[in-house]
Ligand binder design. Sequence first.
Ligand SMILES: CC(=O)[C@@H](O)[C@H](O)COP(=O)(O)O
Ligand SMILES: NCC(=O)COP(=O)(O)O
Length: 254
Amino acid sequence: MHDRIRLGLNVDHVATVRNARGGHAPDPVRAAQMALKAGVDGITAHLREDRRHILDKDVFAIKEVCDTFGRPLNFEMAATEEMVALAVEMKPHAACLVPERREERTTEGGLDVVGQLETVGAAVAKFNALGIRSSLFIATDPAQVRAAALVKAPVIEFHTGALCDSFREQEDVIFNNELSRLQAAVQQAHDLGIEVHAGHGIDFDTVGFIARIPHIRELNIGHFLIGEAIFIGLEASLHRMRDLIDAAHKGVRE
Ligand SMILES: CC(=O)[C@@H](O)[C@H](O)COP(=O)(O)O
Ligand SMILES: NCC(=O)COP(=O)(O)O
């Protein structure tokens, strides 16, 4: 029985703003520190192959800050040799394998575990052996969930982008379909003994129906919270999100 869903802050887009001008401000490491002080359960950082936001030095510094607070770093990365080597050197709490295409604006869809069983399986096995929790960022597709179990991934993070977009665009048919798929996929993963996380595109309006789904243990939220921090501050935006998660999750039977 879990009475609380963990909230992880993704600090990528603090680095996006910094990199728009080069230089050092705003600093994603400082954002991670402030968020941890404000009570967030962990930090997510995605080191993209093109280094468009988070840089190598950021992720190592964020790992140190997380260690100081005794809270996890969820290191998002493509399943490439370069990134696997970096994760092995850094030893984050968790390494989340995500799909990456250079030309995409943001992460589109989930990792194709079915089509890359060998590559993904090798990375998961390496991380499992080193005590790094592997997480696979996948779509709500039953075949991908089965493949995640096959490669012995302890954690899955479901991509909630299409669900959240359809809610905002008031595309009711797509929304209902996406929500049913997420509910079914979470239950399937849970039944297979996999810990379930969710993330992408979540905001104050969409977090409720996601947090109401039993068996989701962690939500990783970034772009919206960093944007909202401009208007109400980082701490207030984190606390509001925390309250919304708790209110939605109250009474959910695990
Ligand atoms: C995998 C994921 O959902 C996050 O890392 C998110 O994609 C933030 O990074 P981008 O906006 O660069 O995709
Ligand atoms: N893995 C999802 C994540 O870290 C945050 O995604 P977003 O809230 O920035 O869309």
